[in-house]
Design a protein around this ligand. Structure first.
Ligand code: DSN
Length: 420
């Protein structure tokens, strides 16, 4: 099977009989499942190679030209390349490519502009926000005073008149735009306008939509926001990690809040992976890929709707959709749906929908996204088939024979679309 690491050529196979079967099992799982988790993707062979390379051996605290260890000439070259490609991709003044994750990137911005106890205005987690934007038990919620904005009960989209009112009332130091489960275009300029009106800083977290922002298929916050953070492994299709963009004035401060402020040695193998991924994203094919993600998401949302489902906010402008399970399958929770679909090799995640009456570990919704399957080459026809497969499993109430039959169809489909 071409997707499997060759046993004869594998150092892991030779050296570690306990790890080897687990690695193989994961390769097999990724090959034979339909990955519809909106935040996941399959990186290129080139990204995988460099992330598994000798770059992992090196300490490189500091920044290019100013390191605390010797032997950093190639670390400087790769980090400089990653930075210049990111600047070209996002048209930003300054970028820091060292954050280990999106959460670390966000934390560095908070450390740069806030004092403990300051107020942050951010999207409620229950309405699609992210835990690093103010969950009570996350450092953001532990250190800062969080005021949440939600979506409108009718449109299920952000209502800027409510946001403006909250901003005037609470006078936040920081307003965060960006989400983990919001299917619609984000109007970053209006966020920036509101922030300016109340003298707040605007941080846009584009983790989910970075790929589309990079190619101009989603408006970019870079011209208007003070800080833009992202992960590099979602629609951007790089290694796991984060980045921060800002205007030149803030460059020194933000760099110091990553190192030494909140991180030690950068993960240089991931920085190298980011350089490769940004290089891929600068190629014309990447824009085609992003357009296909969007086309696939629309086709899937339309087909799910045609099967009687209600999409939160009525559809999607992005790579993801939120399915309100209550319309078609009132007794089925997100957790049950996630489990049954998992048994049929369709991987999704349960998700709260706005104003959900069920608990976060149960939920009434599913979040579904198309970046990973689009990487494998699945098209809009496949999306229509997948909508039917999902519907069959959920309508059957997870009945074993139906799940088994769907699983066989899923595995046959996966065989036609190899992993990169
Ligand atoms: N876990 C990511 C997501 O699924 O959206 C965010 O960190």
């Amino acid at each position: 099977m071409t997707h499997m690491t060759n046993q004869a050529a594998s150092a892991v196979a030779a050296a570690d009989p306990e790890v080897w079967p687990i690695l193989q099992a994961e390769e097999q799982r990724q090959h034979e499942t339909l990955e519809l988790i909106a935040s996941e993707n399959h990186v290129s062979r080139a990204v995988r190679e460099v992330v598994g390379s000798v770059f992992t051996n090196k300490y490189a605290e500091g920044y290019p030209g100013r390191r605390y260890y010797g032997g950093c000439q190639n670390m400087d070259a790769i980090e400089e390349l990653a930075r210049s490609r990111a600047r070209q991709l996002f048209h930003c003044d300054h970028v820091n490519v060292q954050p280990h994750s999106g959460s670390q990137a966000n934390a560095a911005v908070y450390l740069a502009v806030l004092q403990p106890g300051d107020t942050i205005l951010s999207l409620d987690l229950a309405h699609g926000g992210h835990l690093s934007h103010g969950l009570k038990v996350n450092m953001s919620g532990l250190l800062y005073h969080i005021v949440g904005y939600g979506v409108d009960a009718e449109t299920e989209q952000i209502d800027f008149s409510v946001l403006r009112k909250l901003a005037r009332e609470h006078k936040p130091k920081l307003i965060i735009s960006g989400a983990s489960a919001y299917p619609r275009t984000l109007d970053f300029e209006t966020f920036s306008e509101i922030a300016a009106e109340v003298d707040a800083v605007h941080m846009a977290d584009i983790a989910h939509i970075a790929g589309m922002v990079a190619v101009g298929l989603h408006p970019s916050p870079v011209p208007s926001a003070d800080f833009v953070t992202s992960t590099t492994h979602k629609t951007l299709r790089g290694p796991r990690g984060g980045l921060i963009m800002c205007k030149a004035d803030f460059a020194k401060k933000i760099d110091s809040r990553i190192f030494p402020g909140s991180q030690g040695g950068p993960l240089m193998h991931c920085v190298a992976g980011k350089a490769v991924a940004f290089g891929e994203a600068l190629k014309p094919e990447f824009k085609i890929y992003q357009q296909r993600i969007l086309d696939n998401a629309r086709a899937l949302a339309d087909a799910m709707t045609a099967a009687g489902n209600r999409m939160v906010s009525g559809g999607t402008d992005t790579h993801l959709m939120l399915v309100d399970l209550r319309s078609n399958y009132p007794e089925v929770t997100g957790r049950m749906a996630e489990d049954w679909l998992g048994l049929a090799n369709i991987v999704v995640n349960k998700n709260m929908i706005p104003f959900d009456k069920r608990k976060p570990m149960e939920t009434s919704g599913l979040r579904i996204g198309t970046p990973a399957l689009t990487t494998r080459g699945l098209d809009e026809d496949c999306m229509r088939t997948i909508a039917q497969l999902i519907d069959r499993v959920l309508r059957s109430g997870g009945e074993a024979a139906t799940v088994e039959a769907v699983k066989r169809e899923v595995m046959a489909m996966c065989d036609q679309y190899p992993l990169p």
